[in-house]
Design a protein around this ligand. Structure first.
Ligand code: BG6
Length: 499
């Protein structure tokens, strides 16, 4: 993967986390930083400054971080590595909505730079609610914190990047007035997942797959991001988001673009992003007539998950009782280019479903029913399943003769699991992403035009949903979504594969 050579020779850096006491920092960022220390992947000179509104000492904050890492890290805490990380962490009390306060922050960071030898290189990580992105960027700007003076700066933005195309454009305009596009890292944490990175390797390093990777040999492609958990304490956020903005506009469209893209001319960041963009732009236009037949929205009602009763979406914290926000979407779409015309992509995602699994299923076309199709000889299609989580690996299904019955044909399942097979669990997405940010490799982050194209697609579907009335809830927690999501495929003589 390409490394941005621009001022990247010096990897020393300070990561400044806005939202240092928040959930993302405690559950994802700190455990990721711990594992980077554990795997000796952080630069020699490094510091972490966590910003929070709460009054507390660095000592106290470090204790909290220790608790979070103990609870969420994939590697158990080893005193040796913790001692190293601990010394890198500083807490700075600051209300980031106070524009006047940024100059104090600058003084603090500049002073710390001298002590930590981080050379003024900064990663500003906005682990805060999206409504603060502009405010913080502005504060960094007016205090000259965004200025580079022989050093480098990077701005890390969590999703959602805007609420629709219009707001995303406005936000982007504001950000590029302060940071250049190459310094903006728009996080889509799915891109940091091991098997998502593996999509390109599977496709472009295996002649058997790449030669068959088109509408000529593939019957349909399914992308499912199914979750058992509900919205939990995030009802307030989710109400303004729904599954369309929370999962489809970003994670699913990104996965789709990797699955369907043309081989890039090389592995440079921009070459890959350009090919991904073309896929999003080739998604067939959604008219209201098309959507009426090909999209299914759902919202969970109460039900049972893993033997425990759970609330319906409308009963969740901070969710209004008559809301029509969707917690499930299933959609059939086409990528209208020479490689994919005519091959349906079925995508679905939902909360409080009966399974917790993220998978891509490539269903190959069946052979003409000439041989071995009589009577009991029913052949299953060849399937290639890319398992993103909770199992991480690849599964391939092919037909073979059953040794025991002398005549039956049975589907054989070849499974390669990465979990625990080589060096323990696969790295968490955030480890990879932070590592890449420090090296200046933006391949696993979304370029602005990709985000823009994805909103163009999502906006049409959201607009359609907004003018419809639904009889929600329409699926029970613990099931696999509304009945209509099954009919969407059954109508085409297909089914969702749960392998
Ligand atoms: C986030 C969404 O981006 O991804 C959440 O906001 C969702 O609603 C999460 O639960 C899923 O990520 P993961 O890594 O747990 O599959």
């Amino acid at each position: 993967m390409a490394i941005d050579k621009n001022k990247q020779n010096d990897l020393s850096a300070m990561i400044v986390i806005f939202g240092g006491t928040g959930d993302l920092t405690h559950r994802k960022l700190m455990p990721a930083l711990y594992n980077l220390v554990h795997d000796q992947l952080l630069p020699k000179h490094f510091a972490i400054v966590s910003i929070g509104r709460r009054e507390q000492t660095t000592e106290h904050y470090r204790k909290e971080v220790f608790e979070s890492i103990s609870a969420h890290s994939r590697n158990k805490i080893d005193e040796k590595y913790w001692a190293k990380l601990r010394e890198l962490i500083y807490y700075f009390k600051f209300d980031f909505t106070d524009q006047a306060g940024y100059s104090k922050l600058k003084d603090f960071l500049d002073e710390l730079d001298k002590k930590t030898h981080t050379n003024g290189n900064r990663v500003y990580y906005l682990a805060v609610a999206p409504e603060y992105f502009e405010t913080i960027a502005q504060g960094l700007h007016i205090s000259a914190l965004a200025k580079t003076d022989g050093s480098w700066n990077k701005l890390i933005i969590e999703k959602p990047f805007g609420k629709d195309l219009k707001t995303a454009r406005k936000l982007n305009q504001k950000l590029i007035e302060i940071f250049d596009e190459k310094s903006i890292y728009r996080i889509d944490h799915y891109l940091g997942k091991e098997m998502i990175q593996n999509i390109m390797v599977l496709r472009f390093c295996n002649s058997v797959f790449e030669s068959l990777w088109s509408n000529k040999f593939i019957d349909n492609i399914q992308i499912s991001l199914n979750e058992k958990h509900g919205v939990g304490t995030r009802g307030g956020y989710y109400e303004n988001s729904g599954a369309m903005r929370d999962m489809i506009q970003n994670h699913i469209i990104q996965i789709l673009s990797l699955v369907a893209m043309e081989p890039p001319v090389n592995l440079e960041t921009e070459s890959i992003r350009t090919e991904k963009l073309k896929v999003i732009q080739a998604i067939d236009e959604f008219t209201p007539e098309y959507l009426r037949e090909n999209v299914v929205f759902g919202q969970y009602g109460k039900g049972i998950i893993d033997g425990m009763p759970v609330l319906g979406y409308r009963e969740e914290e901070k969710v209004p009782p008559h809301t029509s926000t969707e917690t499930f979407v299933a959609l059939k779409l086409y990528v209208n280019n020479l490689r994919w015309a005519g091959t349906p992509f079925y995508i679905r995602t939902g909360k409080r479903l009966g399974s917790n699994s993220a998978e891509i299923v490539i269903q190959f076309k069946s052979l003409p029913k000439v041989l071995y199709f009589k009577d009991e000889h029913i052949q299953d299609p060849n399937l290639l399943v890319i398992r993103i989580q909770p199992n991480v690996g690849v599964f391939f299904q092919f037909n073979t003769k059953d040794f025991t019955s002398h005549h039956d044909i049975v589907p054989m399942k070849m499974e390669i699991s990465h979990t625990n097979q080589f060096l323990g669990n696969t790295p968490e997405a955030y480890e990879r992403l932070i590592f890449d940010i420090l090296r200046g490799d933006a391949t696993l982050f979304s370029r602005w035009d990709e985000v823009e194209a994805a909103w163009t697609v999502a906006d049409k579907i959201i607009a359609y949903r907004e003018q419809k009335r639904f009889h929600f809830p329409n699926y029970e927690a613990g099931t696999m979504g509304p009945v209509k999501a099954f009919q969407l495929l059954a109508r085409d003589g297909r089914e969702w594969w749960n392998i």
